[in-house]
Design a protein around this ligand. Structure first.
Ligand code: KIV
Length: 285
């Protein structure tokens, strides 16, 4: 199924525009060297509805571990969480391709394990692609999935699931060896057949060089304006958190807006000025 409509009779959803054909993995792949690819993360139906008209793909990122569940990293995120949120985002979108992150531990063991779990993600969510982290070590797995009908987005550079081996979240490629490793990882994953490649937290020149070196669109996050597209964590760019990484630009101030609304509500409840006649029920006369 390529398009979804919202049943407005049974949900709080606002009516969605007439369903269009979603963007496909080949269509995104074909954007290399053309109009930049616009991507954001989404974890819920309503956020997906709001972002969908503006995005080429929505990523159900495993960053939901920290953003939604308050976990310390992406390591504890489960396949069940990814499937539940993936399905919600598919239900809330009709235009963008939806890709779901494979969580830590669900794909690294073998290509067969990766296929089994990625197939489950596509079946249970209706999403059209998965994303997985890793470079040369994951190339065989990416090729295995792609050959068997599972479009894959790669992810190299700063790979948050490797926080324990990387020793933190610092940007990658400050020395020559690290820069060469990022390039080798990117080439290996691109040659394995991914249709897009996230490059996270690397020196600007490396992202630009990788973009020239690979056949698929590169999607930067903390990378370079020369990437073929950009992605941010939506809650970061909306200003929902006080602290964000250097590479985040805030396009909104939702934390302040929510705080103001909650303060106004609390004041009216305390003063018994809410609810008013407009919000209460009376018998029909
Ligand atoms: O999990 C995530 O949100 C991501 C993006 C930041 C690329 O991987």
């Amino acid at each position: 199924m390529s398009t979804y409509t919202i049943d407005t009779a049974t949900s709080r959803a606002t009516p969605s525009p007439a369903p269009m054909k979603r963007l496909t993995a080949p269509a995104i792949m074909a954007r290399k060297g053309k109009a930049p690819v616009v991507a954001l993360t989404a974890y819920t139906m309503r956020t997906a509805q709001l972002l969908d008209p503006h995005c080429d793909f929505l990523l159900v990122g495993d960053s939901l571990g920290q953003v939604i569940y308050g976990l310390p990293s992406t390591i504890p995120v489960t396949l069940e969480m990814m499937c539940a949120h993936g399905a919600a985002v598919v239900r809330g979108s009709w235009h963008a391709l939806v890709a779901v992150d494979m969580p830590f531990g669900s794909y690294e063991e073998s290509p067969e394990q990766a296929f089994r779990n990625a197939a489950r993600v596509l079946k249970e969510t209706g999403a059209a692609a998965v994303k997985l982290e890793g470079g040369e070590a994951m190339a065989e797995t990416v090729a295995f999935l792609v050959k068997r009908g599972i479009p894959v987005i790669g992810h190299v550079g700063l790979t948050p699931q490797a926080v324990n081996t990387l020793g933190g979240y610092r940007a990658r490629g400050r020395d020559e060896a690290e820069a060469a490793k990022v390039m080798a990882d990117a080439k290996a994953i691109a040659q394995a057949g991914c249709f897009a490649l996230v490059i996270e937290g690397v020196m600007e020149e490396i992202a630009a060089d990788v973009t020239k070196a690979v056949a698929c669109p590169t999607i930067g996050i903390g990378a370079s304006a020369q990437c073929d597209g950009q992605i941010l964590v939506t809650e970061d760019m909306l200003g929902l958190f006080e602290r964000t990484p250097r590479f985040v630009k805030r396009y909104g101030d939702l934390a302040a807006e929510i705080g103001k609304a909650a303060e106004a509500y609390a004041a009216e409840v305390t003063a018994r000025t809410f609810p008013t006649e407009e919000q209460i029920y009376r018998p029909k006369s």
